[in-house]
Design a protein around this ligand. Structure first.
Ligand SMILES: *[C@@H]1O[C@H](CO)[C@@H](O)[C@H](O)[C@H]1NC(C)=O
Ligand SMILES: *[C@@H]1O[C@H](CO)[C@@H](O)[C@H](O)[C@H]1NC(C)=O
Ligand SMILES: *[C@@H]1O[C@H](CO)[C@@H](O)[C@H](O)[C@H]1NC(C)=O
Ligand SMILES: *[C@@H]1O[C@H](CO)[C@@H](O)[C@H](O)[C@H]1NC(C)=O
Ligand SMILES: *[C@@H]1O[C@H](CO)[C@@H](O)[C@H](O)[C@H]1NC(C)=O
Length: 716
């Protein structure tokens, strides 16, 4: 199963084991074995390595999941003793040591218990209000759990005297207001859990006195703004959960001096702007969750000071732009969630500095190719190509070979024949031979597509990204592009040449041998440049050719690099459609011109057959060009209007329509021309050098002068 493409020179060091074998880009080691496997073989539920290493470390445990153990390891200690040390407590409660649990006990108020109680759990009762000084006797209390009570009213003095309280759970209640000073005495509070309360008003002075609050959770409230300098009041605040509030903005002083903060959850808020310095105090932050907000833009250095950040969640934000070095300083980051975010500016350098990244989540499967050093990239597939092969069905698989064969050998045959038969008009023959060379490349391209389809048969899905990224794919795309562009330009040239000969038969504006060579060389150079330019600037064009399995840059998804999108539009809709229109236009004029001449000539009546032949041939030339290019135009225009084009359609177009020209050109321009027919007949009988009529330009297709001669001497 070891597969090491020659082209991968860029080796990446991969983390995860003590011995770190060097794996090629996009490949990851099998634990301590020297074997490497492509990303798609890891965490797919199949033991591909043999030692199970590819199925290990698959879950994303970075961020709070690991931080919780290190920071709050002692937070949930259970009482070791079964004995009860409390003298007084309601019957329906459970007592262990000095801890008392009265869960679902139907209590309507805080019960009277011994004063040395340390933990009081009153979950799921019917306590609707907390009156003044209700806990004042219980100075030893460290933890209070009051969730699911539908507490509506909390008196301002309810928590007075709880100087030792560390943990306070008030979530899932009906609290609507928290009065200023309500937490005044809670100097040792470390956790404050307030989620799922319809709190509408939170006073700026609410947090006064929470000097060592450790854990603050306020989920699903309606909090538009956070108090200024929250951490001035709670310098030890370590864990802050503000999920689902209506927080609209953060300022650069919101988290000022929150030096101890390790986890900050802000998902499902209305934050639309985050100033550059917002997080600059959070030197110890390990996890930051900003998902499901309204953030449109992030300042480039927003994460600059988060040197210890392990997990960052930015998913579901309408982000329009990510800066190139947005994540530059997040050296410790292990998990980055960018789901549902379009990243038009995506490039490899964006993710390269995050050497420790092990999980990355994208909107689009294709983005994964920009983070090939990350072992786990989601989504695993693009959803469309759920099939396991490069070419989705049998018809494509068979016809790729058939068409490759026809294209390649048809053109080779013509090149051979044309070299064998000496034509008087050498320049024209050369042009045709060169056209055949260009068309032949298309056949070569198709052969390779067929070959790689065979090679990845049954497991293409796993190699898909690597394949599209690979140099082979890019070279194939280059070949196809070179072939189509040279072919298009040559056809246009041949058409124009013919056009001049037919429409202006007696003028002398015809290219000589020298000019023809210059033009032909020029066409190849232009074709080569068109095909090679996308290699020139990676960050502008992205991976121009590797957009799909057949490596032909036919369509674009919405988020493409502007460079490559514009380029392919320019080529397919600009150059090619111009060429196509030129060809259609020229043949129309030529046909009209021939018809006019024919009508002017007296003995024309018996030439209708000839004329029909000309019309037929012209029609087929234009028709084959149309078959070849109209699907391409349509797809390009559709993708311009943001229509999703399945990869299967691309394969069909590339295998059935694109090569139409290349496969038919030998027939249209050589095998069915009268010149060639005559020539072959002669060749069969004698081997005399055929004397071409010097006045005839032998433009492959029957031309006007042929026609005239025939009209004049119909008997021949
Ligand atoms: C790899 O690690 C396993 C245990 O995890 C060990 O049994 C094995 O010997 C190691 N192999 C090598 C080549 O170090
Ligand atoms: C708690 O107080 C009661 C008296 O109210 C006493 O009997 C008991 O020993 C005390 N327990 C502890 C652990 O101090
Ligand atoms: C916060 O940002 C404002 C401008 O938005 C700036 O004037 C101010 O100096 C910044 N404060 C800090 C502490 O960086
Ligand atoms: C990021 O946040 C979204 C929504 O809040 C959540 O569904 C997703 O699981 C989070 N990602 C990670 C990696 O935890
Ligand atoms: C990557 O993470 C490991 C622990 O998982 C840590 O020891 C190492 O220093 C980190 N690497 C970088 C470049 O920060």
């Amino acid at each position: 199963m070891y597969f090491c493409p020659l082209f991968l020179i860029d080796f990446a060091l991969t983390e995860g084991s003590t011995i770190t074998p060097l794996c090629p880009k996009g490949y990851f080691p099998c634990g301590n074995l020297t074997q490497c496997l492509p990303r798609a073989f890891h965490c797919d539920g199949v033991d591909d390595c043999g030692n199970g290493a590819d199925e290990e470390n698959c879950g994303d445990t970075s961020g709070w999941a690991t931080l919780f153990g290190t920071v709050h390891g002692d937070a949930n200690n259970v009482a070791l003793t079964q004995e009860c040390f409390l003298n007084q407590y309601p019957q329906r409660c459970d007592c262990k040591g000095t801890e008392l649990e009265c869960i679902n006990a139907g209590l309507k108020s805080v019960p009277t218990v011994s004063s040395n109680v340390t933990l009081l759990s009153l979950k799921k009762n019917s306590i609707h209000s907390l009156s003044d000084k209700v806990f004042i006797k219980y100075t030893e209390l460290k933890k209070i759990f009051l969730q699911h009570n539908c507490i509506r009213h909390i008196s301002r003095k309810a928590f007075f005297g709880l100087h030792n309280l560390q943990i306070l759970y008030l979530n899932h209640n009906c609290i609507t207001t928290l009065r200023p000073g309500v937490f005044k005495d809670l100097h040792h509070l470390t956790w404050l859990i307030l989620d799922d309360n319809p709190i509408t008003r939170i006073s700026q002075r609410l947090f006064t006195g929470l000097n060592s609050l450790f854990f603050l959770s306020m989920v699903n409230n309606y909090l538009e703004a956070l108090p200024k300098h929250m951490c001035a009041q709670m310098p030890q605040l370590n864990w802050m959960d503000l999920e689902g509030n209506g927080i609209k903005y953060l300022t650069n002083s919101t988290f000022l001096s929150c030096n101890s903060l390790t986890v900050l959850f802000l998902p499902r808020n209305q934050i639309d702007f985050v100033p550059e310095k917002t997080f600059s105090s959070l030197k110890n932050l390990g996890e930051l969750d900003l998902s499901s907000n309204m953030i449109m833009e992030l300042p480039p250095h927003i994460f600059k000071d988060l040197k210890l950040l392990q997990k960052l969640n930015l998913s579901s934000n309408p982000l329009l732009y990510l800066h190139k070095n947005q994540f530059e300083s997040l050296k410790q980051l292990q998990s980055l969630d960018l789901e549902r975010i379009e990243i038009p500016s995506i490039n490899t350098q964006m993710f390269q500095p995050m050497k420790n990244l092990s999980h990355i989540y994208f909107k689009n499967f294709r983005y994964c190719s920009y983070a090939s050093h990350v072992r786990i990239c989601m989504p695993l597939t693009d959803g469309i190509s759920s099939f396991e092969d490069l070419l989705a069905n049998n018809i494509l698989r068979i016809f790729v070979w058939v068409i490759a064969f026809i294209t390649c050998f048809g053109n080779l045959f013509v090149i051979g024949m044309r070299s064998f038969i000496k034509a008087e008009n050498m320049t024209h023959a050369t042009s045709i031979k060169i056209l055949c060379c260009a068309d032949c490349l298309m056949g070569v391209y198709l052969f390779f597509v067929g070959f790689f389809d065979l090679k990845y048969r049954g497991q293409y899905q796993k190699y898909a990204l690597l394949w599209m990224e690979s140099l082979q794919c890019r070279l194939l795309g280059f070949l196809a592009m070179l072939s189509t562009e040279v072919s298009v330009l040559l056809l246009t040239y041949l058409t124009l040449e013919k056009f001049l000969a037919v429409v202006f038969p007696f003028s002398n504006i015809r290219p000589g041998k020298r000019q023809t060579s210059v033009i032909l060389i020029g066409i190849w150079i232009v074709g080569f440049l068109i095909a090679v330019i996308p290699f020139w600037k990676e960050d502008y064009f992205g991976n121009f050719y590797g957009k799909n399995g057949v490596c032909f840059p036919l369509y674009y998804d919405q988020t493409e690099d502007i460079g490559s999108k514009g380029y392919s539009l320019g080529i397919f809709l600009g150059v090619n459609s111009l060429a196509f229109l030129t060809i259609v236009f020229s043949y129309t004029i030529m046909f009209c011109s021939i018809q006019k001449t024919a009508l002017q000539t007296s003995e024309v009546r018996n030439n209708t057959g000839r004329e029909a032949a000309v019309a037929n041939r012209f029609f087929f030339i234009v028709f084959s060009d149309a078959i070849c290019w109209i699907p391409v135009f349509v797809i390009t225009i559709l993708s311009l209007f943001r229509v999703e084009i399945p990869e299967t359609i691309t394969s069909w177009v590339v295998i059935f329509f694109l090569p139409v020209n290349s496969a038919l050109n030998p027939i249209l321009y050589t095998l069915t021309t009268s010149f060639f027919k005559d020539k072959s007949k002669q060749l069969l009988s004698t081997s005399i050098v055929w004397a071409d009529d010097p006045s005839s330009l032998k433009l492959g297709v029957l031309n006007k002068i042929d026609l005239k001669e025939n009209i004049v001497k119909p008997a021949s």
